[in-house]
Structures are given as C-alpha cells and as structure tokens.
Design a protein around this ligand. Structure first.
Ligand SMILES: Nc1ncnc2c1ncn2[C@@H]1O[C@H](COP(=O)(O)OP(=O)(O)OP(=O)(O)O)[C@@H](O)[C@H]1O
Ligand SMILES: [Mg+2]
Length: 257
C-alpha cells in the first residue's frame, strides 16, 4: 500500500562561516541520506541529542525547507513546487514554545481562523473553532480572549486546536511538551493520544525525551549526526537496540514500563 509519507535519501547541508582566507566555507551535513516510510495511521517518534538534525529533518518533511537531494512523497505524490495547498491541508504542525506559537495581539478566534482561511477550508469557521476548542478541553468562549489570559498548558492546548482545526491527516510536533511542567505535560500527552485515536490521525513527534515518545509512538527513528542509526517498530528498537547510542538514550529514561 502507498504510505502516507515517504522520504527517500534526504540530504541537507549548511554552509558555515568561512574560517580561513583560502578554501571554501566548511559544510555541515545536518541530514545525511535519511529515508523513512510512514504508513497511514502510524505514529513516528524521532529522537536524538541536540544538534542531531531533528528539526532540520522536520522542516524538510514539512516542505518548509528544500533538501539538497532526495525526494518526499505524500500519498505517492511528490511534495515539491510552489502549489502545495493540497499538502498544507493535510499536514499541520505544533512547535515547541506555546508562547510564540500564537500572536499576542490577536484573539484566539483570529489565530484559529487564520489557517482555515489560508487553506480555504469550506466549513463554517466559527462553528469549527468552537468545536475544536471543546475537543481540547477549553470553553468555546476562550475564542474571544487573548493568549496572555491563559496558562502555558492552556496555550499549548490552543496551539494543538489551531493545528487540528483544518482537519489534517498528519500532525507534526517538535518538542511540544518540553516547556510544560510534569503534571500539565501528562494531561497534554493524554489529550494528544485521545485526539489521535478519535480523529484517526498520523503523527510525527520529535523529542529529546524517549519516555514521551514511548507513550505516543509505535515507530521510532534514532538520529545521530544527521544519520538514521536506528529505525523500525518502537518496541523492536527499544527492546533490542542495535546501536550503543540508542542504549545510552534508553539509559537516560528514568523508568521503563
Ligand atoms: N540555518 C542553519 N545554518 C547553519 N547550520 C544550521 C542551521 N540550522 C541548523 N544547523 C546545524 O545543523 C545541525 C542540526 O540542527 P537541528 O536544529 O536540526 O538539530 P536538532 O536535532 O533539532 O537540535 P535540538 O534538539 O537542539 O533542537 C546542527 O549542527 C546545527 O548547528
Ligand atoms: Mg530542534
């Protein structure tokens, strides 16, 4: 069956500032020949230490950045070129910091309506906003307030609502829980798990925290220096790590179920 998302030998390097007068600028390969397949409904966790290339890989997968080489397909269709509206309708993203994800000068209603308008979603927007705010555990009245009137955990719920409002099929999240305290994080993780199940969503989750990944993901990709050193069903990778780096990540998790 055609996978939902498929990436084939992605490479992305950055030129660093020149250090010597002679010779070209040094090149940093942030993502080196990474391939992956995400079947519909699958939940992929991408883990790796800081600087291993997780966010770079996500930007490529989201078509927010172009690879030097390699291809990305969504439902078999190449993700490239200018007209990506079809792709943007299917894939939504939640980023790390809920404080910067929402415009402080706009009401929650306006922030949530924006993707619906940009993506030309043919649905009554205010009704959809009320519905999705309820789904993330907030009152529909929250729409009339501003981001600073909410706690960090509530703002993260709003950021999740904003991503889910256009009814994506794939949700991509980059370290979405790290700014939250432990209790709130637990609630948000439960919420995301429920929403994934109820909406039949696929997930790509980037995290430092293997514990979080274990709770949400069934597939795992371990990145080290831009290389996918380990990849496969989460249980297989975690029960039988092939790479010493994965073992060291596992040791860093406080308690394994
Ligand atoms: N715009 C850029 N210009 C130059 N180098 C970059 C740029 N973006 C990332 N890099 C480099 O590419 C490598 C991978 O960075 P990336 O942000 O993807 O890592 P990460 O795994 O997301 O790290 P973190 O966990 O800290 O968010 C790093 O060495 C980083 O310094
Ligand atoms: Mg990052």
């Amino acid at each position: 069956m055609t996978p939902l998302l498929e990436a084939d030998t992605l490479i992305r390097s950055y030129r660093l500032p020149r250090r010597t007068l002679l010779g070209g600028p040094p090149i940093r390969q942030a993502v080196r020949e990474v391939s992956l397949r995400l079947p519909e409904g699958a939940r992929l966790g991408i883990v790796g230490e800081s600087g291993s290339g997780k966010s770079t890989l996500l930007r490529l997968l989201l078509a927010l950045d172009r690879p030097d080489s390699g291809t990305i397909r969504f439902r078999g269709r190449p993700v490239r070129g200018r007209d990506l509206l079809w792709f943007r309708r299917e894939v939504q993203v939640v980023l790390q910091d809920p404080a910067t994800a929402l415009n402080p000068h706009r009401t929650i209603r306006d922030s949530l309506a924006e993707p619906l308008e940009c993506l030309r979603i043919p649905e009554e927007h205010d009704a959809r906003i009320a519905e999705i705010l309820t789904a993330v555990g907030l009152e529909p009245e929250a729409a009339h307030r501003y981001p600073h009137q909410f706690s960090g955990g509530q703002r993260q719920r709003i950021a999740i609502a904003r991503a889910l409002a256009p009814r994506p099929t794939l949700l991509v999240v980059d370290e979405p829980f790290s700014a939250l305290d432990t209790a709130v994080r637990g609630h948000i993780i439960d919420l995301v798990r429920d929403l994934l199940t109820h909406n039949g969503l696929s997930l790509i989750l980037v995290s430092h925290d293997l514990g979080v990944v274990q709770q949400l993901c069934d597939q795992l990709l371990v990145l080290r220096d831009g290389v996918a050193v380990e990849q496969g069903p989460a249980r297989t990778v975690l029960d039988n790590p092939q790479h010493p780096y994965t073992e060291s990540l596992l040791r860093a998790v406080p308690s394994l179920p």
